[in-house]
Design a protein around this ligand. Structure first.
Ligand code: ATP
Ligand code: MG
Ligand code: MG
Length: 556
């Protein structure tokens, strides 16, 4: 187990509680419902909800829904499902920034009345030009000197729908010469005739993120507003807005670094592109780094939380190899998954001297260290399947599996010897004729050692299954950061791994046939697998997804 690390945010909170600056802790997780949550969001969820749990505080869930064109209720529902699945509970009802539209509007009027905001007629292009650059100060808009009365009148008429989209904006009056461009009279309202997923057509003006976020945090009584590092330069604006409004509560914004997970993607926009262009099966495609994709793949909430704990929280770069996530998932699965045998690349083995009825089925535990998982029968019959990998006609040195004339133990069953290899016209091995040593059930053969143990299933008893073998979605570590000869970024979809999904037909012990969707198993010697939560139908159709192999096998 990884020891609980005390990161800098916890230290700040402890100090705030000790000094009496705060007497409780209230955090929030504020997704924009414009896509499904991904593994980067999982980091933020584990941080915000984790801190609330640890300090006996609360964490709210707030949909940051101020861009009506991109947001919808499907995403709102998916976000709630994913957070719940991860094992977290938000405080009270789900909040929406759109719940505060009226309040935000009233605060904007208050800023106008205090001479701290003005209606601007500059268009987007002019505004860009007036804003200046990092190295040069900006220029004040010619509309900045409008009177309070005129501003109030214009802003009310903006709300009433008298002006075209983009014709006017409401801006704060801060400082066009500020070294921080975010403080150069930022726009806080724009005109946008777009249907909002909750407020419908009530509004044709919408507040901007920077203005909305700090006020929403204050309204909800958030104490520590944790966000990613790209908002560091927005913090002075966060504080300015709250300092210049008649709002008593002032949350503290603290930034930490974003997770970047290699060989995949943590950008909702690009994940959206994969979905819309049909390059994956959907947001919950098991290859997707979305929470719903990881769920369908068979990742566990515990594995994802363990991963979040391991990658830590800091302000320095957080670039992590996918193997760290896979390792955490594997670790969580090890003691939680019953084991069964499955043959995914079968060759038929005929046990020539096997006599039906001679042997009773043996029973074997589902997990060597967890007797509470129970046992199952492992029946044998004259025909069995073994994995193609477990036979070599010309074995390499130290080979302990099957070979012509050699012996191997069938896990939980007899020692068998390979007497004959049968090939098809192309020379491909299609069947092995073997004999069992009848005295080796549960005991070693007399006078010789048989080291190798292989998995197998009885052909007459096993169920046939569709097994989906997943691998990394991209062949590049940073698929969205590869530049071509012209210096431009290459389209990241070019680096999709063509082998990221391979579907095979396998044979598995019969007990899996009635398993519910989302049941996890270890297929002995192969990896961890889960019954697909959509396509697997108990008793009718067996469909498994490979969650992760037993060892890290990715090679470039
Ligand atoms: P994206 O760029 O993928 O759209 P976002 O930050 O715009 O991400 P939001 O829905 O606004 O998406 O994110 C909600 C919360 O999750 C924010 O507080 C954000 O900082 C956090 N978050 C998003 N991506 C990551 C990441 N890669 N690592 C850590 N936290 C993240
Ligand atoms: Mg955002
Ligand atoms: Mg975004």
């Amino acid at each position: 187990a990884t020891p609980e690390v005390k990161h800098f945010i916890k230290s700040i909170i402890e100090a705030d509680l000790e000094s009496g600056k705060r007497d409780h802790v209230a955090t929030r997780f504020p997704p924009e419902p414009n896509g499904y949550l991904h593994v980067g969001h999982a980091k933020s969820i584990c941080l915000n909800f984790g801190i609330a749990d640890e300090f006996g505080g609360s964490c709210k869930l707030r949909m940051d829904d101020t861009n009506p064109e991109k947001e919808n209720d499907e995403y709102v529902q998916a976000i709630q499902r994913d957070i719940t699945w991860l094992g977290f509970h938000w405080d009270g009802a789900v909040r929406f920034a759109s719940d505060y539209f009226e309040q935000l509007y009233q605060y904007a009027e208050a800023l106008i009345m205090a001479g701290k905001a003005f209606v601007d007629d500059l268009n987007a292009e002019q505004m860009r030009e007036y804003r200046g650059s990092l190295t040069s100060p900006g220029r004040e808009s010619p509309y900045r000197t409008r009177s309070v009365e005129e501003n109030l009148d214009l802003f009310r008429r903006m709300r009433a729908g008298e002006f075209a989209d983009g014709a006017k904006t409401l801006r704060l009056k801060i400082d066009m010469a500020s070294g921080n461009v975010n403080l150069r009279d930022p726009v806080i309202y724009r005109i946008r005739r777009a249907h909002h997923h909750r407020t419908g057509d009530t509004w044709c003006i919408y507040p901007m993120y920077d203005y909305t976020h700090c006020i929403s945090d204050a309204i909800e009584g958030i104490t520590h507003s944790l966000c990613t590092l790209e908002f560091e330069d927005h913090r002075p604006l966060y504080d300015w807005v709250l300092d210049n409004l008649d709002i008593e509560h002032h949350p503290q914004q603290i930034e930490f670094s974003r997770l970047e997970l290699l060989s995949t993607m943590t950008s909702k926009r690009k994940l959206n592109q994969l979905v819309t262009e049909g390059l994956v099966g959907g947001w919950d495609d098991p290859r997707m780094p979305t929470i719903s994709g990881m769920r369908r793949r068979g990742y566990t909430p515990g594995g994802i939380r363990l991963f979040a704990q391991r990658i830590g929280i800091s302000k320095s770069e957080n670039v992590v190899d996918l193997s760290v996530l896979e390792g955490a998932v594997r670790e969580d699965l090890e003691n939680a998954s019953p084991r069964v045998m499955a043959v995914l690349d079968p060759i038929k083995v005929t046990l020539s001297n096997f006599q039906d009825g001679v042997t009773a089925a043996r029973s074997a535990p589902f997990h060597p260290h967890h007797p509470e998982f129970g046992e199952r029968d492992v029946p044998i019959s004259r025909e069995i399947w073994i994995d193609r990998d477990d036979f070599a006609e010309v074995p390499p040195p130290k080979w302990q599996r099957l070979t012509p004339g050699g012996e191997v133990r069938l896990r939980y069953s007899y020692v068998i010897k390979c007497d004959e290899v049968i090939k098809d016209a192309d020379g491909r091995v299609v069947e092995l004729k073997c004999s069992i040593d009848p005295d080796t059930l549960g005991q070693n053969p007399v006078g010789r050692k048989v080291k190798g143990v292989i998995h197998w299933v009885s052909a007459g008893h096993a169920v046939e299954a569709e097994v989906r073998l997943y691998d990394r979605l991209f062949t590049e570590e940073r698929p969205d950061a590869v530049r071509g000869e012209d210096g431009q970024y290459v389209d990241f979809t070019r680096f999709l791994n063509p082998a990221s999904l391979r579907t095979v037909t396998g044979f598995i012990e019969a007990c899996v046939k009635t398993a519910e969707p989302e049941t996890r198993y270890q297929f002995e010697r192969v990896g961890y697998f889960v019954t697909d939560r959509i396509d697997h139908v108990p008793g009718e159709r067996v469909v498994f997804n490979r969650t992760v192999s037993l060892r890290d096998t990715w090679s470039k």
